[in-house]
Ligand binder design. Structure first.
Ligand SMILES: [Zn+2]
Length: 282
């Protein structure tokens, strides 16, 4: 049998704005106003529960996460956030000038920094894959390598899940970085190695990076999940769009812009200055 001809289960979900989303294995998320629209977009034989009629269901999407799996992540995130906040009062947040201050020479510092960032980025995406249950569903868990050290993971199907599972999937990457950061703060408390502060600075940068709400990073997607609208980015400018949601969305975008300025002022600029000074000293 031809691979493309295999039957796929169709999934429907009603969003809180009354619209319905539709998806099947390997497809994009589709927005439909009501069930009747289905007959307009396909001539597929459907029964009442929108399973394909008279055929075996071969390709299905993964089920949402268990409560235990979600709560475990929320709990670990809360604990590591609390630990991080306590240590932030003691040691402050290390800005970009700490990144290359590893206690080694400049070239080794650059290699260590890039390697650490790369490994963290990889584990970050791996956490999304675990929480999106991509293994066994998408090739290589749906991970894609974009630019230097930038990975993305395919997670459209989580829109069919409940909010808790959706948010845990999107939080999983940041949660990992928070857990790692709290462990590093604890380690630093007992052993004042400068390299640990360098790692903590990188982790702060990575977490704050996700809060650039005007860009399609994790926190932008979490906000979308909470508002319960996967198409808000296209729709918020429309005059007939929900006014309250549109206002929230614009406010979040402005906030994201300020976060971007924080990253430039406290991380990018100090890092460039430290590179200049380190090379001047070589
Ligand atoms: Zn992420």
């Amino acid at each position: 049998m031809n691979q493309d001809k295999k039957l796929k289960k169709l999934y429907f979900k009603k969003l809180s704005n009354g619209k319905n989303i539709l998806m099947s294995y390997g497809s994009n998320l589709l927005l439909v106003d009501n069930y009747e629209d289905l007959s307009n977009i396909s001539d597929l034989p459907l029964d009442d529960s929108f399973f394909l009629k008279d055929g075996e269901i071969e390709k299905i999407l993964p089920d949402e996460n268990s409560n235990f799996k979600n709560i475990l992540l929320f709990l670990l995130t809360f604990i590591s956030l609390s630990i991080t906040l306590v240590f932030t009062f003691i040691f402050k947040i290390p800005t970009g000038r700490y990144i290359l201050n590893t206690g080694f020479n400049i070239y080794l510092s650059i290699i260590i920094t890039l390697t650490f960032s790369f490994i963290v980025a990889l584990i970050h995406e791996f956490m999304h894959i675990i929480y999106a249950k991509n293994f066994g569903y998408l090739k290589n868990g749906g991970i894609k390598f974009k630019n230097i050290g930038v990975f993305t993971v395919e997670i459209d199907h989580i829109w069919l899940w409940n909010k808790k599972s959706r948010i845990s999937t999107l939080m999983a990457g940041i949660s990992f970085e928070l857990i790692l950061m709290s462990l590093m703060y604890i380690f630093y408390f007992f052993n004042n190695y400068t390299i640990i502060m360098s790692f903590i600075s990188i982790l702060w940068f990575k977490i704050i990076w996700q809060f650039q709400l005007h860009k399609k990073y994790d926190v932008h997607l979490i906000a979308m999940m909470i508002i319960d609208d996967p198409f808000i980015e296209q729709d918020y400018k429309n005059l007939d769009y929900n006014k309250k949601n549109a206002k929230v969305w614009i406010l979040l975008k402005i906030l994201g812009f300020f976060v971007q300025i924080i990253l430039i002022v406290f991380w990018a600029v100090p890092l460039l200055f430290s590179i200049y000074n380190l090379f001047k000293g070589v």
